[in-house]
Design a protein around this ligand. Structure first.
Ligand code: ADP
Ligand code: PAZ
Length: 427
């Protein structure tokens, strides 16, 4: 049983055959183009940031609309008031599998028009600066430093992953209207964030692995826990156990499956009744995958859909429970979940939310983020304006990325290749 992605390059340093690379990059770029509003060839790309995780690469870059420079913007940094030009344009988002980093490199080369004719005016020099150094976070910023230098001549300016996750989350929670929401009983409800009452909270980032971070303010945080049972576990075990063709297919299958075929329920152990004395209903999962032990069936006799559902349930439940226990450790009532594992998937969010609600007896709240997977890369993007972090509390609307209300609304369903209107301060 193999997934389609098995054909991805194992060793990304091996050059991809040119034709294959061209084909894949044009597919990828075409997909990007079709999702993006048309971009004039004179649009200049500046400010690119990348988050290279264990499973996925997230890319954010700003393309300035031609003639968009406005003077007179000011931001207050630790070194005093600064006057900056304001550049209008679009912020673009893209995502690639880390095993297919060559496609990402081709994409960056295409977008930055690397290798094109040089121009010696000051604007071009400025843009050349952005083309030679990009902000990078995630473990891959270390792992692939040489590859970026060799293939694109780009240096990765590294920013700490936890730092970026926190600044990305704080920024989104403060600057984007309707960023956080709860998900219970199939109902999505947006949460109004009171900026003066945001901290402390627990940020749980479910990427390949899971990091749990207690956030007390801008740049004030501690990674208090983590678990290796995360998104990579779901994806990896899903590939082994099911006939999935992609991650999305695995998620889709989990939607259709019945976990009771695989999981041992309290009722299976207690002859169909609740274990009421300790508050366990007959339908509670007593043992994930536990029913398989007594079945005399081969793997192939199980439906992929059922296996996918049990797996998703087991991992989401476990993360919800560990998150709650950490929130309890520090007396935190709010838990924000991010990371691409969630993918806005109803069943995942429902399972996590129910776990938090169940274990906390309704005391703690699980909240999800519209831009779940882009926290780290947004944090890295914003680190272009290092001092801005100090501005955030009082002047977050003057943060380097300024999203208008209109733009914020269009952020809904922002995923893979997409873009939003925004402006940045150029120091
Ligand atoms: N298209 C996809 N391909 C692979 N994994 C995906 C995809 N979409 C979502 N995922 C899930 O997201 C996880 C990665 O989340 P992410 O936040 O990007 O973490 P990382 O930084 O470790 O790559 C994967 O392990 C997988 O569970
Ligand atoms: C090592 C990591 C921070 C890397 O981040 P990721 O690429 O998974 O987003 C993360 O995988 C993690 O926190 N793993 C859990 C390790 C542990 O606490 O046991």
């Amino acid at each position: 049983m193999q997934c389609a992605t098995d054909s991805a390059l194992d060793d990304v340093r091996e050059p991809v055959p040119r034709t294959e690379a061209r084909e894949t990059i044009s597919d990828s770029v075409d997909r990007g183009m079709s999702a993006m509003p048309s971009q004039s060839s004179s649009d200049q790309i500046s400010h690119m940031a990348i988050d290279i995780g264990g499973s996925l690469i997230k890319l954010v870059y700003f393309s300035r609309s031609s003639g968009s420079s406005r003077g007179g913007g000011s931001s207050k940094g630790v070194d005093g008031e600064r006057n900056n030009a304001i550049l209008d344009g679009r912020l673009h988002f893209a995502r690639f599998e880390t095993t297919k980093i060559d496609i990402c490199l081709e994409f960056i080369k295409f977008r930055l028009q690397l290798g094109g004719c040089g121009d010696s005016n000051s604007e071009s020099k400025n843009s050349a600066r952005y083309k030679s150094v990009i902000k990078a976070t995630g473990g891959g910023a270390y792992r692939f430093t040489d590859l970026f230098k060799e293939k694109l001549g780009i240096s990765l300016d590294k920013e700490d992953e936890m730092d970026c996750l926190v600044s990305g989350a704080n920024f989104l929670l403060k600057a984007v209207h309707q960023e956080a929401f709860t998900y219970l009983n199939g109902q999505k409800e947006f949460v109004q964030i009171d900026h003066s009452d945001l901290y402390p909270y627990l940020l749980v980032n479910i990427g390949s692995g899971v990091s749990m971070i207690k956030v007390d303010g801008d740049g004030i945080f501690e990674r208090v826990s983590g678990t290796s049972v995360g998104g990579g576990t779901f994806w990896g075990m899903g590939k082994l156990l099911t006939k999935c063709s992609s991650f999305d297919n695995l998620l889709e299958m989990s939607h259709k499956g019945n976990n009771r075929v695989i999981d041992m329920l309290v009722g299976d152990i207690y002859g169909g009744t609740d274990y009421a004395k300790v508050g366990l209903t007959s339908t509670t999962i007593a043992s994930s995958f536990g029913k398989v032990v007594s079945d005399k069936k081969e793997l192939a006799e199980y439906k992929s859909e059922d296996l996918a559902r049990s797996l998703l349930r087991m991992i989401s439940n476990n993360i919800g429970q560990i998150s709650y226990l950490n929130a309890l450790r520090f007396g935190l009532k709010r838990i924000f979940f991010g990371g691409f594992f969630i993918r806005g998937h109803e069943y995942t969010m429902d399972t996590i939310a129910v776990a938090v609600d169940y274990w906390s007896k309704g005391e703690a709240k699980a909240m999800f983020l519209q831009h779940e997977g882009f926290l780290g890369v947004l944090g890295a993007f914003m680190s272009y304006e290092k001092h801005a972090r100090n501005d955030l509390m009082a002047h977050y609307q003057q943060f380097p990325i300024n999203l208008s209300n209109k733009a914020s609304n269009s952020l809904f369903d922002l995923n893979d290749h997409d873009s939003i209107e925004c402006s940045v301060y150029q120091s």
